[in-house]
Each structure stands twice: as structure tokens, then as C-alpha cells.
Write a protein that binds this ligand. Structure first.
Ligand code: KG4
Ligand code: ZN
Length: 334
């Protein structure tokens, strides 16, 4: 078969991204992260879609240029259609449809959560089937049983907040800007994660809950700041390390249980929170102890990016899974 060249677009939240993938290998993966939300402590949907509109043309042009590829050489246009913020999705989906129509190329509709899992196939060493993937992002927390490319079953998920949201909200309570997850990670370095104890939620099966932990952190901060106004500044490293330690232990305990019960020992981690250094080292420790074959994508493919959309689209292309130009964007998905 001749080469398959895909242009993929991601715009489901606050990153505008475009990637070119040729036969499963990334030639370019350009990500433009919106800064406008920092001052608001979270993503403002209307501002996000306006920024996508500003960014989409230069981002796609830059990815094309970086890959040194022409429009004629592209075989298909892919975009995230769900889940995500509807106004944000619409920008990428409308743009991809316009390109597909004007260039006469097929369109591929990609699910963002499946694409996070598929990011593991951008590494040189790819996971063997079946494997379990812990997908941890700002909007989702899932344990997914992956039977084949794109053949996935969600066996556990959060009943309230996502893990990334727990990081971001805790950071906000500490006065850190959005997104606070990477900052908690940064300040946790050198901190004592055992110093402050936060409760572990009691949720059955492989499901998660982070809202109780969020409330516990809020009360902990309020009480301590009332007693000492400089409490946060004086203890930032230990607080961040303790919060991170608890979020990571919740995730790892469920993953450990799922691996034990299913007998699956190939484990992958995906989504923005998989960039967390505490999570990566805890997963590596568990892998050593339980003889797991562990896969974690490169940093650039952990947080939202079009490279992961492109690799999912590539496997859809191989299965002739194309979308009509009438395909709709949807805020919901697996
Ligand atoms: O996958 P992603 O880029 O977007 C969504 O699909 O939500 O994930 C973003 C989330 C944010 O909550 C961000 O704070 C979190 O991933 N995140 C981290 C780290 N890097 C990104 N959380 C903890 N530690 C990090 N190093
Ligand atoms: Zn994501």
C-alpha cells in the first residue's frame, strides 16, 4: 500500500493543535496553548472558541510547513468531534470539514478520549493487546480495557471530578494560576508527601471520586491559614507533595486492582495528568513490583495534541472508517 498521510486537528478544549502523520509517524505536531484562561482560574468556553478561531489557520499552516508537505499529498483530514467544549470543537470540526470539502479529501471523526489512549502508539515501543489504560486528564479519569486498536471498554471512571480537575482546583485554593496541575508537580519536588494526610475516597469497583478530597483540602487550607496567615507560603512544597501523593495513590490503587482482577499486565497511562512526575514514578515502581509492561507516552503526547488525533485517525483510515461531511460535534463521548 502507498503511504497514508493525515492532517489532524485538535480543538476540544484550550489547545489549538495540528499534526501531520505519515504511516503512523509524526512529521509535525504543533500545539498552541491558550493563555487567556490563566487569569480566570479555569477555561472560559466562549474565550476558548474565539481563540481557536484566531489560531486555527496559522496552526494548520505551521504544521504543514514544518512537515514540508503539500495539500495534494494529504490523504485525509481528521478532527476531534467529541467529547469537549462544544464551541471549541465546532471551530476545528468546521475547519476540517471545509478543508475536506474544498480539497476533495475524506474526513475522519476522532473521539478525543480514544485518541489519548492511542497516543501510546506514537512511541517506538508500542503496547501489546490486551492492555489497560489509565486515562487521566482535566475532564476525564478512566480505566480502559483496550482489546485492539480503537476497540476499548471503559471499566472504571470518575463519578464526579477528574484527576486533573482535582489538581487544578487544589492549586487554585493555594493561589496558583490555571492550570495548576503542572505547578503542584513542580512544587511537590523536594516536599514531604507524608506530612499532611488527606482522606482516600471509598468508591466501589474501579470508579473514582475526587470531590470529597477537594473539600478536605479546602477545609485543611482554611483552618491552617486561619491559625497562620503564612501557612501556604511556609509549607508550599509539603502541601503540594501531600496533595499529589494522595491523588496519585487513589489512581494507582484502582489501577492495581483492575490489573489484578483482569489478569492484564500490560499497562498504559495517558492524558494530561500522565505528565505528572509523581504519577510516572509511582507507576514505574508498581510496574517493577508487579512485573507490568508499562507504557507512558512522550510528554508532548500526554497533554492535548493533534498527534494523538492523527494516530487514532490513521487506524480508522486503515479500517475505512470515514465520516460524512454532515458529522456533528458533540460535547459528550466515551
Ligand atoms: O489531557 P489534557 O491536556 O486536557 C484534557 O483533555 O483535559 O489534560 C489537562 C490536565 C489539566 O488538568 C492539567 O493540570 C493536568 O492535565 N496536568 C498535570 C500535569 N500536566 C498537566 N497535572 C499534574 N501534573 C502535571 N505535570
Ligand atoms: Zn485531553
Amino acid at each position: 500500500m502507498s503511504s497514508v498521510r493525515i492532517l489532524a486537528i485538535e480543538s476540544s478544549c484550550d489547545d489549538t493543535s495540528a499534526a501531520i502523520l505519515v504511516d503512523g509517524k509524526v512529521l509535525s505536531n504543533y500545539i498552541c496553548t491558550q493563555k487567556v484562561h490563566e487569569q480566570y482560574g479555569g477555561v472560559v468556553p466562549e474565550l476558548a472558541s474565539r481563540d481557536h478561531q484566531k489560531n486555527i489557520v496559522p496552526v494548520v499552516e505551521f504544521a504543514m510547513k514544518q512537515a514540508n508537505i503539500t495539500w495534494d499529498e494529504i490523504d485525509a483530514i481528521a478532527c476531534t468531534t467529541s467529547p469537549g467544549l462544544i464551541g471549541s470543537l465546532l471551530v476545528g470540526v468546521s475547519f476540517a470539514k471545509g478543508l475536506a470539502l474544498s480539497l476533495g479529501k475524506p474526513l475522519i471523526s476522532v473521539n478525543h478520549m480514544k485518541a489519548h489512549v492511542m497516543a501510546n502508539f506514537l512511541s517506538d515501543e508500542m503496547p501489546a493487546f490486551p492492555f489497560l489504560c489509565l486515562t487521566v486528564s482535566g475532564g476525564h479519569t478512566q480505566i480502559v480495557l483496550v482489546r485492539d486498536y480503537l476497540d476499548m471498554e471503559v471499566i472504571g471512571e470518575t463519578t464526579d471530578d477528574a484527576a486533573g480537575e482535582a489538581f487544578d482546583k487544589a492549586a487554585k485554593m493555594l493561589g496558583l494560576p490555571y492550570p495548576g496541575g503542572p505547578l503542584i508537580d513542580k512544587y511537590a519536588v523536594g516536599g514531604d508527601g507524608k506530612r499532611f494526610k488527606f482522606p482516600e475516597p471509598k468508591i466501589p469497583n474501579y470508579d473514582f471520586s475526587f470531590s470529597g478530597l477537594k473539600t478536605a483540602i479546602l477545609y485543611f487550607i482554611q483552618e491552617n491559614v486561619a491559625a497562620n496567615p503564612n501557612f501556604i507560603q511556609e509549607n508550599l512544597n509539603d502541601i503540594c507533595a501531600s496533595i499529589q501523593e494522595r491523588i496519585v495513590s487513589v489512581l494507582m490503587n484502582k489501577l492495581k486492582a483492575a490489573a489484578k482482577d483482569t489478569g492484564v499486565s500490560t499497562i498504559a497511562i495517558a492524558g494530561g495528568v500522565s505528565a505528572n512526575s509523581g504519577l510516572r514514578s509511582a507507576a514505574n515502581d508498581l510496574a517493577r513490583r508487579h512485573k507490568w509492561k508499562l507504557h507512558i507516552p512522550d510528554f508532548q503526547y500526554c497533554t492535548d495534541n493533534a498527534g494523538m488525533i492523527a494516530i487514532a485517525a490513521y487506524h480508522q483510515f486503515l479500517k475505512n472508517e470515514f465520516a460524512p461531511l454532515t458529522v456533528a460535534a458533540s460535547s459528550r463521548g466515551i
